[in-house]
Design a protein around this ligand. Structure first.
Ligand SMILES: C/C(=C\C(=O)SCCNC(=O)CCNC(=O)[C@H](O)C(C)(C)COP(=O)(O)OP(=O)(O)OC[C@H]1O[C@@H](n2cnc3c(N)ncnc32)[C@H](O)[C@@H]1OP(=O)(O)O)C(=O)O
Length: 283
């Protein structure tokens, strides 16, 4: 049973802000490269880190006694106390201004930008948008908006679910396997205690999904790295993305790109070739 959503109360969180600082270490860069299927190498001070290393930096650390049932910090601190039980990373927009480097001290300033309730095909959704600005000693490195969605506990497939369309064709495709060890490594790198990524009993019996869920930011990170690789190693100026459906453990998945007149359309897809996250990159 879900508590009633008091949107006026939740919107009082808009404008709250927080700041945290961390250092881009060579060890972190090696771990992230390995998790992004890149050559690990021997990163040295001043070497560029993977483009989304900031998602591993200065993550909130709370004692075990302050965690909620899903493994995230109890809501109602920086994030509003949304009473819907199932949290997901919905999407966002990132502007890359300059790369973070090994040895950088980086500060992230975060602000709750919006809280909205919507009705989707899967039930009630509450979106919380958080804006972040990430700086390095050379100035602002990244600006982004992250959309987090909280979902009610619905039983099954979206109402009126139809047969999926044919999988989209890709000019560029990389395939990997969504091994639970990969998910565990990314949870560890991001100090993300969310049980849906590593606790199979919890994700299937409590949240009702068929298996462990691949992180949204890990899909986005792989997409961004592919975009940059296809564009001479340069991160897009702007990347806008949205999670469409969960990607589950244990299957092959792909990272895909099509060049367009303005940049690239990119997506991750499950073993059936159906997109699970899609994004647009412009340079
Ligand atoms: C880290 C971390 C957690 C994770 O990584 S969780 C894993 C990654 N995330 C996902 O797998 C989410 C995949 N997406 C979905 O499952 C569905 O898209 C979702 C979010 C359940 C919504 O599906 P619905 O079918 O119920 O929604 P509709 O398509 O009918 O849309 C209803 C309105 O909501 C807006 N909307 C939908 N999706 C998004 C989105 N991704 N971002 C922003 N807004 C979205 C849509 O535009 C509709 O709005 P209207 O104004 O047109 O009504 C961790 O926890 O840390």
């Amino acid at each position: 049973m879900t508590e009633k959503l008091d949107i006026d109360h939740l919107r009082q969180w808009i404008g709250r802000s927080t700041e945290a600082t961390d250092i881009v270490t060579a060890q972190l860069v090696m771990g992230l490269r390995a998790t992004l299927f890149q050559e690990v190498g021997e990163p040295r001070k001043g070497d560029a880190a993977p483009f989304t290393v900031h998602w591993c930096l200065a993550q909130p650390v709370f004692p075990m006694s302050m965690l909620g049932p899903d493994g995230h910090p109890t809501r109602g601190g920086f994030l509003p106390p949304v009473p819907l039980p199932r949290r997901m990373w919905a999407g966002g927009e990132i502007e890359f201004l300059q790369p973070l480097q090994v040895g950088d001290e980086s500060t992230r300033t975060s602000r709750i930008a919006d809280v909205q309730v919507k009705t989707g095909s899967t039930g009630t959704l509450c979106f919380v948008s958080v804006e972040h600005s990430i700086s390095s000693p050379r100035g602002v490195a990244i600006r982004e908006r992250q959309d987090i969605v909280y979902r009610e506990m619905t039983s099954s497939a979206p109402a009126g679910a139809k047969a999926p369309p044919p999988p989209p064709k890709a000019q560029h495709r990389e395939t990997h396997v969504s091994d639970p060890v990969l998910l565990f490594r990314y949870s560890a790198l991001t100090f993300n205690g969310h049980r849906i990524h590593y606790d199979r009993d919890y994700v299937t019996k409590v949240e009702g999904y068929p298996g462990l869920i691949f992180h949204g930011p890990l899909q986005a990170a792989l997409i961004i790295e592919l975009a940059a690789k296809l564009h001479g190693g340069e991160a897009p100026k702007k990347f806008t993305y949205r999670g469409l459906q969960p990607l589950f453990e244990g299957t092959e998945f792909s990272v895909n790109a099509n060049e367009t007149t303005d940049g690239m359309e990119l997506w991750t897809a499950n073993a059936e070739g159906q997109p699970t996250m899609k994004g647009t990159a412009v340079w």
